[in-house]
Design a protein around this ligand. Sequence first.
Ligand code: ADP
Ligand code: ZN
Length: 621
Amino acid sequence: MPRLSERNHTMTPEQALKQYFGYDRFRPYQEQVVRAILSRRDVLAVMPTGAGKSVCYQLPAVMQEGITLVISPLISLMQDQVQALIQSGIRAAWLNSTLTPRQQQLALERAGQGAYQIIYVAPERLSLPAFRRFAQQSPISLVTVDEAHCISQWGHDFRPSYLEIADFLESLPQRPPVAAFTATATQSVREDIIRSLGLENPLTFVSGFDRPNLYFEVRESSHRDQDVLETLARFPDRSGIIYCLSRKKVEELCQLLCDNGYPATRYHAGLDPQERKQNQEDFLYDRRTVMVATNAFGMGIDKSNVGFVIHCGMPGNPESYYQEAGRAGRDGSPAQCILLFQRRDIATNRYFIEQGEENSDLTPEQSRMLRQHDLQRLQQMVHYCSTPGCLRHALLSYFGEQSPDRCGNCSNCLGGQAPEDVTAEGRQFVYCVALLSREGRAFGSGAITKILLGTEDPAIDWLRPRRLDCWGALAGTSPAKLRRVAAALEDQGFLRRTEGERPVLELTRQAPSLVSGKAHLIIKAQATKKERRQAQAQASGSPDSPLFPILREVRMRLARAESVPAFIIFNDATLRELCRVQPRTRDEFLQVKGVGAKKAERYAAPFLEAIRAYLKHPSKE
Ligand code: ADP
Ligand code: ZN
């Protein structure tokens, strides 16, 4: 019979949270989710990256009898999760194809004897006979589906193997409660999860998507390499991720950073698996602190001390952006999310959508709709890059959440420059396009700009542009400003650019509202270098205590000795708490937020010693 000792039936969720994870307080929704699971309800929890979803199923796993199965998409990362659990004194294991058949058999035997409280498995495993036999004979108290949006064909990470989960659940003699977790908020994905997993009357929790510790910045950048270098110089010892749109760019940028002395490494789907694994580990273990990668990198990466995420290129939709950017500051420390934007990113993404692989599970009609949907999401992403309003507000509105108009922690709120009303210029532009279209003609924005500025150009002489009453209507305006007006007209949906080799501008249905004065055209004034610096300085919070690097060294030493990533010992937020509290005794150490019982037992001595030494000879502040 399974061994079911060591369960703590008498502990409250709060006590278990402190005991195993060292936290005194639940984050929003964690407690509700834990209690729902303990009451044996099905659960769907939608919480943003970094909100602390793992705790929601790991706590019930240690508080209940039986085994918690966690279905998770990426085998490479189960190992980290399991390592972290073992560090916290929780009996955990993973089962996947990287084990030899003999190891798999042994693991299943041990699992059958009740050796583990939590077992991580990849969805592919659910249909294997040996695994099914094990599951049918074992007391499964909870099935957790992590990254549950992978079950949705409308989501951005569809994995057909997730569709096997429902069948697996049905094969069990007694259906355990099922808890599904995702960071993807859209209603259609949520409905897909409930239906495809067969969740029964689930309690649904949708937590706020705001991550107040993240600073958001968008910068239109014509020299991205230089901007990346400049940004890195501001975070000398921080760990960070730089996302690029292509493998080639990853290679180039990684080389450039290495040439400039940064400990950078790279990740994309074109590298062989061995190198990918190695580079990912170098990053997790802080041997290389900067990861340059395509969007292939990151799912399941729980490195909590990522201080910045730079996007060297605009991603295709706000979901991807928020998920990737959200890998910064998971431990709650201030972190920066910077997007370096160029207008040609729009065309690149459009190309990705239009040339994307056909999904053989979809009908042509579904494929067409999906593409349409993707183009709309791209438009929303362009809006994020061009809005003069609060960036956080733009993201949260996209996710259907109310928020204040100004957050005070994004480049638009802190930029100190008022948005610029260019309705008058926009109106002239639209008027010119309309005038020409009445003659059955259409042009690109370059020609329209010349007409409005009254610039002579032999290439359009044949049109006799001087006869048009908008000729020279905006003479004296800078061509750069008119270019931004033209871009804004497109981004905000007053003009549309045709497809093809020689795209021209057309009016949209919205265009008349600009001419009639109902709509306004507002653009973002461009921040100067100085203004940008000020905003960033304001966003990065107070500087770290001189004790911080000392404790980080201690952590690094311990991590090396135990061959685990440093953040698994303690995350940066916990180190900062240690700097603030400066505990002298083991009891005081245990009181610190982020220190659980097991970790206090193991690590109090070396940290207390370092703090004592520091207090005797504090370095100058
Ligand atoms: P998610 O899976 O939702 O992206 P994680 O489960 O990886 O988030 O948690 C993110 C970070 O937050 C981890 O470092 C975790 O230890 C920390 N964390 C989780 N719960 C709490 C809490 N109640 N108080 C403080 N930190 C927490
Ligand atoms: Zn803001």
